[in-house]
Design a protein around this ligand. Sequence first.
Ligand SMILES: Cc1ncc(COP(=O)(O)O)c(C=O)c1O
Length: 437
Amino acid sequence: MPDTVRVPNDLDSFWMPFTASRAFQENPRLINKADGVYYSTIDGKQLFDGTGGLWCCNAGHNHPRIVKAIQDQAAELDFVHSFGQGHPIAFEAAARVVDLAPGLDHVFFTNSGSEAVDTALKIALAYHMANGEGERRILVGREKAYHGINFGGLSVGGIGANKGQFGTLYPSAAHMRHTVLEENRFSRGQPDHGADLADDLQRLCDLHGGHAIAAVIVEPVSGAGGVFPPPKGYLQRLREICDAHGILLIFDEVITGFGRMGTPFAYEAFGVQPDLVTCAKGMTNATVPMGGVLTTSRVREVFRKAPSKVPDLFHGYTYSGHPLAAAACIATLDVYRDDKVFENARDLAEPWADMLHGLADLDAVIDVRSCGIIGAVQLAQQGAVGDAGRAAHAALWDEGLIARPVGDAMCMSPPLVLTQEHIDEIGATLRRVLGNG
Ligand SMILES: Cc1ncc(COP(=O)(O)O)c(C=O)c1O
C-alpha cells in the first residue's frame, strides 16, 4: 500500500446512508481516487465505475474543466445566499439548464434530488392553491418508484423498505401499480406490454374525483427500483389523463436528466411533455451537490399574481443556487456540449444493449432490461431476495467492476463518456462472474 494513503482508524463515527454498517465494517470498501471511468481503492485496486458514481458522473470523474471551474469559483466568491439578493452565475446556470429543456423555462435550485422532488410537489400544491383549486391535495406516485428520501418523495415513492420505518408520511398520497410484467422479460428498450397500466390514474380520478388530484409523479425510466423502462404508450397515456383532469405531470429525471437517454432529458426521447421536471446528479456531474425543478411558464406565471412585496413561493434552501454548484453546473454543461457527451450516449445505446442482452444465455440470468445507457441484469433468486445480488456485487468488485444490486437485479449506469472498448470490458467481466454463478 503506498504510504501516502490515509486509512481511517474509526469507521464508527460516520453513520453511513443506506448501509448495512456491521457488514461494511467487517469488509470496508474504501475508494480514495478517481479518474475518468475508473475508481481506485486505498489498497490500489482499480475498478470500472459501472454505476457512474450513483447514476450521476456522466462526464466521468475529475474532469479537468469542471475541477478548475470549482477551484476558481471558490477563490472568487465562496458563498452568498439568494434570498432576495443574488449572484450572477446562478442566473447563468439557470439559463443554461432551461436552454436544454424544450417547453420548460424556469428552474428552482435545490441541493439534491430528494429536495427537488419535495420542491416539485410543493410547487404543484401551491400552484393549484394560487389558481383557486386548493382542494387538489392528492399526490400520486407509483409502486416501486424512488423519489428520494424526504417526506414528500417518500410518500409518493413505492419502495416499501424505504417507507416502513417511518409511518404515515403525507396523508393524501395515492399510488398506481408498477409496470413490471412477466411478458416484458428480456425487452430491449421500451417493453410492448403495459400501456394500459396508466389507466390506474384514471381509476384514481374515478375514485377520488380528478379535481382532488394535484399531481402525478413518475420516473420516465424507473431507476433505483431496478431499472424499468416505460411500456410503449404509457407516458403518453398519463399525459392524456392529466390533461383531461387538470393534473400536473411531474417527471422525476434525477437519473435520466443530462444525457442518459442520449437527449438532455428523457421526456424528449419519449416525446411526452411534462409540466415539471426534477433533476440533480448529472447537473454538476455530481461534483458539487445541486438539484433543480424545471417548470413551464404556465406554472410559473400563476405565482406572479402574488403581491410584489412578498415571496411568490415560501420555500427555498440556504444553498439554492450555491456559487460553487452554479460554477460546476456551467462547466459541466460546457463539457457535455464540447465533448459531445449526449451524442456519445446516443451512439452507444445500441452496443450497450447488445452487450447486456448478450448475457441472456447465462443460466443465472432471468431478465435483462436496457434503455439509453442504463441497464439491469436480473439474477435468479438464490436463498432470500438480495442474496444473489449481494454475492454478485462482491464477486464483480473483486473482478474490478462496480454494479449496483437492487434486490437481485445488477443495475448499471456507467459514465456517458464510455467507449466500445469499455462496453466490451464490462461485458467480459459480467460474463466471467455471472457465468460462474
Ligand atoms: C429518480 C430519483 N429521484 C430522486 C432521487 C434522490 O436524489 P438524492 O439522492 O440526490 O436526494 C434519486 C436518487 O437516486 C432518484 O433516482
